[in-house]
Design a protein around this ligand. Structure first.
Ligand SMILES: *Cc1c(COP(=O)(O)O)cnc(C)c1O
Length: 351
């Protein structure tokens, strides 16, 4: 018998490509085109390297406290992790511990099924409708938990707080996770529901709206009880996940509300302008409230446009998956980057 028989085998999540060469217009992983808040750079230069001798605060207290102030919660309602991928992975392990299937949309963040497989959690896909919208009725069946991004990825479609609440009302017996990775680009957060639903976990990240994907900071907000359970699992896994510089710089980013709001609105403005320009080129897309558009062309296949853009040094994201193979997910970059994208697209579709 081979030792390989008892290996935990997984089909890993495939992130968007991080090109090594310079000069690529990178619109494939929804990073923010603007730098982090100026205070972050200042604080980085002031870090006393002597403090790195010690283990960091396992609770990431400075950061949790700053987030609690910002969102009007108690620090004990905040869980911090190394990117929201770390946070969501811990949440799967902690809360999705039933024989019944966890529910999530058929078109969604492609990490969810990977975690479910990794942890051997049964799951069931709930098909989005033809406009990529969630049908709340799908979430009335028996289940072991629910997760969906809002706005959804890769579609950008935002569901209302009422829809989220409808799903919560029907599911008091399981944990419902709302992944709000893109909520800061014009969506309405379901955070106000926290006071009424002890089983709601809201996850957000510094990677998109706060321009800090490289720092790996994510967080979850929920009832104190939910956060306690999450911490018990985290401390049984790895107590010191978040390094000290990440804690300090994350806290600094949260302090600069003006800069945060300003960069988010710049991206939203660019997004609305790109929507109009793409329509002129015969692209269609569900209305996005995220920092990306999920667009398909009237006649040319997604794969073909993806390849043609790549040849021109412009990276976008494309999946060879049912329902979405003709779509490209295009991150909203700077106005200049989007100008170059649109110029390339008009050449490609004119052929
Ligand atoms: C980007 C993204 C995340 C993960 O972001 P982190 O960089 O790990 O914080 C989680 N969920 C969705 C839907 C995302 O698009």
């Amino acid at each position: 018998m081979s030792w390989e028989k008892s290996v935990r085998r997984v089909v890993p999540y495939v992130p968007g490509e991080q090109p090594k060469q310079k000069g690529i217009i990178k619109l494939n992983t929804n990073e923010n085109p603007y730098p982090p808040a100026p205070g972050v750079e200042r604080r980085l230069k002031e870090i006393d390297c002597g403090t790195l001798r010690l283990y960091p605060d396992p609770d990431a207290g400075v950061l949790a406290k700053e987030l609690a102030v910002y969102y009007g919660l108690k620090p004990s309602q905040i869980f911090v992790g190394v990117g929201s991928d770390d946070v969501i992975s811990m949440a799967f392990l902690t809360f999705f511990n039933s024989d019944k299937p966890v529910l999530f949309p058929d078109v969604t963040y492609s990490f969810y099924d990977v975690w479910a497989d990794l942890y051997r959690i049964p799951y069931k896909l709930c098909p989005l409708d033809a406009d990529f919208r969630i049908n709340p009725e799908d979430y009335r069946q028996e289940n072991g938990g629910i997760i969906f991004p809002n706005p959804n990825a890769p579609t950008g479609v935002l569901e209302s707080v009422d829809t989220v609440e409808e799903i919560l009302k029907a599911n008091p017996k399981v944990v419902v996770i709302v992944d709000e990775a893109y909520i800061d680009f014009g969506g309405e957060s379901c955070l106000p529901l926290l006071s009424r639903y002890e089983n709601l976990l809201v996850v957000q990240t510094f990677s998109k709206s706060r321009s800090m994907a490289g720092m790996r900071i994510g967080f979850a907000m929920g009832s104190e009880k939910l956060i306690r359970y999450l911490n018990d699992v985290k401390f049984s896994f790895n107590s010191y996940t978040m390094n000290l510089p990440a804690q300090l710089l994350g806290a600094e980013a949260v302090r600069d509300k003006d800069y945060f709001l300003k960069t988010c609105s710049k991206i939203m403005e660019t997004r609305e302008w790109v929507k109009g320009e793409l329509q002129k080129l015969d692209f269609h897309f569900p209305d996005s409230k995220a920092n990306f558009l999920f667009a398909a062309h009237k006649t040319i296949s997604g794969k073909e446009i993806f390849t043609a853009l790549r040849e021109r040094g412009i990276y976008v994201r494309h999946w060879d998956k049912p329902r979405i193979e003709n779509y490209l997910r295009i991150t909203i970059g700077t106005r200049e980057e989007m100008d170059k994208l649109l110029e390339a697209l008009s050449e490609i579709v004119a052929k």
